[in-house]
Write a protein that binds this ligand. Structure first.
Ligand SMILES: Cc1cc2nc3c(=O)[nH]c(=O)nc-3n(C[C@H](O)[C@H](O)[C@H](O)COP(=O)(O)OP(=O)(O)OC[C@H]3O[C@@H](n4cnc5c(N)ncnc54)[C@H](O)[C@@H]3O)c2cc1C
Length: 467
């Protein structure tokens, strides 16, 4: 096979011959649909072909071909990423993994599961929960995002505070290297000490090293009960201080979200039973476990809230209201876009005890630059998702937004935090990673990349900026 003439036409012919025409897309509207991830307002890059893989064999054949002709390959799950990770900025082939969507095994005895990487997370949740098992990672995009995308980005979500994030559950992977060879890393044992931890190198590799085709995941037992409560605070400072104190006092909520009153207002436009807007900042909490443990935790939270001066603790007894609140929380990002033309949600994450300083800094940055800022996030793990929202997209406001984001990221690093707690670096944070990790570590990452991908075909232009 040879790439000659129009690249798109050559790729269409070659890939159709290699994989079958039904798996290859080169029409302009298809290429446009794959030109960015959920950060559509940022840089885009048109692919020259899209491949919808149906088997490991398809992935092997495709990578062997791309490697031979040095064609860039950008793996893609649902494209729900918020860092530009699956945006094909160097053109080439976007490899869509969503057709590889079988759950292969759920083992109650071993409490593990094996699935193809294109399985949608919410489908996986439903399947394991039928067996009274529990897979905690819960990015709010769970109705669309894929297990492979979650592993590749080290995705988190609200339950990270108690249960950790995706990397804590990955036991092993099947992955295809750029030369087309298949490897199985790790396994299904809950402990492994078998040399370099290649599973965890691939976890968070953002499609830059290999294509993940199968995942082996650890499961827990489904908690028997849950309860939702809301602590209403009159100041951001108090709410931020309460986050650390609740956990220090021995209560480990399964979810601990920090929401400003504007977020509650937006959520009320969506949920059937609204929450009274009688405070400035709300801590939306879910407790899980046995009924007795939950009751004890509620007692602790009530007495702490009283001691620290919170306005009220609302226990949401009505299941319909609780479900409505969590559904609205899950849809907060799209709800924001009903009001604003553009919303940039950052995932700078700081140590929990530095949240009060981060909250103060975000508000000061907004006031300094005259841009609306907001915070609504997984505060229990230090990830308050500071963001900038624009009523109107003008060059002046865009510039101010960019500056505000830069200042927030720098503040996060200064407070001992990280530039990304769960979205990954992709394109949009690549200018900052060296500042956090230092030159030596980036050089080591580049050498690791070279060992996996000597021709540099895998998702080029991501994680670090090119010299
Ligand atoms: C409304 C909304 C809410 C969100 N909430 C959260 C949240 O709470 N927590 C959170 O962590 N994230 C959240 N996200 C971000 C996003 O959903 C996650 O990063 C998710 O893990 C991306 O999965 P995906 O399947 O869409 O991957 P994609 O966006 O398609 O890809 C993401 C990265 O993974 C790589 N990749 C994808 N599949 C593979 C594979 N099989 N092999 C190798 N590399 C691969 C891609 O190349 C890319 O670099 C949210 C996004 C939206 C739009």
């Amino acid at each position: 096979m040879e790439i000659k003439g129009s690249r798109i036409e050559s790729l269409r012919k070659d890939l159709s011959r290699l994989l079958g025409g039904g798996k290859v897309r080169t029409e302009p509207e298809d290429l446009l649909a794959y030109s960015s991830d959920a950060t559509r307002y940022y840089a885009q890059g048109k692919p020259e072909a899209v491949v919808l893989a149906e088997s490991v064999d398809d992935v092997c054949k495709l990578l062997r071909y791309a490697n031979q002709y040095a064609v860039p390959v950008t793996p893609r799950g649902a494209g729900s990423g918020l860092s530009g990770g699956s945006t094909p900025i160097k053109g080439g082939i976007v490899l869509d993994m969503k057709r590889m969507n079988k759950i292969l095994e759920i083992s109650k005895g071993n409490m593990t599961a094996r699935a193809e990487s294109g399985v949608v997370l919410a489908n996986f949740h439903r399947a394991v929960e039928k067996e009274r098992l529990f897979y905690p990672p819960d990015p709010q995009s769970m109705d669309v995002c894929t297990l492979g995308g979650n592993v590749a980005c080290r995705a988190g979500g609200p339950r990270g505070v108690k249960y950790g994030t995706t990397p804590n559950y990955v036991l092993g992977l099947e992955a295809v290297l750029p030369d087309g060879s298949v490897m199985n890393t790790g396994g299904i044992s809950v402990k492994q000490a078998n040399g370099y931890n290649i599973t965890q190198i691939l976890t968070g590799s953002e499609g830059t090293l290999a294509v993940i085709t199968k995942v082996n995941l650890r499961l827990l037992t489904l908690p028997p009960d849950r309860k939702t409560l809301i602590i209403v605070c009159d100041s951001a400072q108090l709410a931020a201080e309460m986050v650390s104190r609740i956990i220090y006092e021995g209560v480990m909520p399964s979810v601990l979200e920090y929401l400003e009153v504007g977020a509650i207002w937006l959520m009320n436009t969506y949920s059937p039973i609204p929450v009274a807007q009688d405070g400035q900042v709300y801590l939306l909490i879910e407790l899980d476990g046995t009924a007795a443990v939950i009751a004890e935790d509620i007692g602790m939270i009530k007495s702490l809230s009283e001691k620290m001066g919170a306005r009220e603790v609302k226990i949401i007894e009505d299941k319909k209201q609780a479900d409505g609140i969590w559904k609205a929380r899950k849809n907060l990002s799209p709800l924001i876009l009903r009001i604003f033309q553009k919303s940039i949600s950052e995932d700078v994450t700081v140590p929990r005890d530095r949240i009060p300083e981060m909250v103060r800094a975000v508000r000061e940055i907004g006031a300094l630059l005259g841009v609306p800022t907001g915070m609504s996030g997984h505060a229990g793990d230090g990830n308050i998702h500071p963001g900038v929202q624009l009523y109107e997209i003008t060059p002046e406001m865009e510039q101010k937004a960019e500056e505000a984001i830069r200042l927030m990221i720098e503040k996060g690093i200064e407070l001992g935090g990280t530039i990304s707690g769960e979205h990954g670096i992709g394109l949009h944070k690549s200018a900052y990673i060296e500042k956090e990790l230092g030159k030596a570590q980036i050089e080591l990452m580049k050498r690791i990349k070279y060992a996996f991908d000597p021709k540099g075909i895998m998702n080029p232009g991501k994680i670090w900026t090119e010299a």
